[in-house]
Design a protein around this ligand. Structure first.
Ligand SMILES: *Cc1c(COP(=O)(O)O)cnc(C)c1O
Length: 239
């Protein structure tokens, strides 16, 4: 356990250095960027260690794993972000522990989140997940709505009881015209954020960048980076 703490502390310090360097390079204050550690596939004991090391935001992508983990960690001062593709039959569970759902990508999900948030007496922050690889279906390979659909979905969230529109999220596409062009993806997300904030000034969260591309995200203007591997290590299984 102590070894694991040392390992996580060292990894966290390296990630912190990278974020600080990226902020400096972009002429941004370090406080403008919030680190969210993606703890998916790793145990609650790691979440506990990270909390002890000062981490305040964690993210998960599967309700089956996240729900018991969050239940083991209710004593910790953590914000839980849900970042995975979310089925409506999991919404009740997710609303039980998530403070922010970053992967809102369709109207049906907004309706379900609103209903369960009201029922639970909670306010859930929502980010519209934008897919830059969305094809004719208007949906991305890893979830997300096409850029053209952002405004309508944002309006729906903003008008839904129990929900708070916080901003936008994206995962850089692995395929299509934007594959390997993270900087371009993140800059387009920032343009969409500028548009969004005209109608919804408080919706200023921009969640972009992971272990491999957090520098490009910070350069583009991201307010939140979601880092898994670089803090916890290579995941034991795909997740
Ligand atoms: C897993 C995951 C991350 C973190 O990815 P790493 O490459 O491990 O840093 C970020 N965002 C989402 C949506 C994820 O599913």
């Amino acid at each position: 356990m102590t070894d694991r703490r040392d390992e996580l502390a060292a990894n966290l310090a390296r990630v912190e250095e990278r974020i600080a360097a990226a902020c400096a390079a972009a002429g941004r204050a370090r406080e403008e960027v919030t680190l969210i550690v993606v703890t998916k596939t790793y145990p609650a004991s790691d979440v506990r260690i990270l909390s002890g090391l000062g981490v305040r935001h964690v993210a998960e992508n599967r309700d089956q794993d996240a729900a018991p983990k969050a239940a083991e960690c209710t004593d910790l001062p953590l914000s839980w972000h849900f970042v995975g593709q979310l089925q409506t039959n999991k919404v009740r569970s997710v609303v039980g522990y998530a403070d922010v759902v970053q992967s809102v990508d369709r109207a049906r999900l907004v309706t379900a989140l609103s209903k369960e948030a009201v029922r639970a007496g909670r306010e859930i922050g929502c980010l519209v997940q934008v897919a830059f690889d969305a094809g004719a279906s208007g949906r991305g390979e890893r979830g997300g709505v096409a850029p053209e659909g952002v405004g309508e979905l944002a309006g729906l969230i903003a008008g839904s009881p129990g929900l708070r529109l916080d901003g936008l999220m994206t995962v850089a596409p692995l395929t299509g015209e934007y594959a390997g062009r993270q900087q371009a993806v993140f800059e387009r997300l920032m343009d969409l954020s500028t548009d969004l904030r005209r109608a919804h000034p408080a919706a200023n969260m921009v969640s972009a960048g992971m272990s491999a591309d957090l520098e490009q995200a910070v350069a583009a203007g991201a307010t939140h980076v979601r880092v898994g591997t670089a803090v916890l290590g290579v995941r034991p299984r795909l997740g």
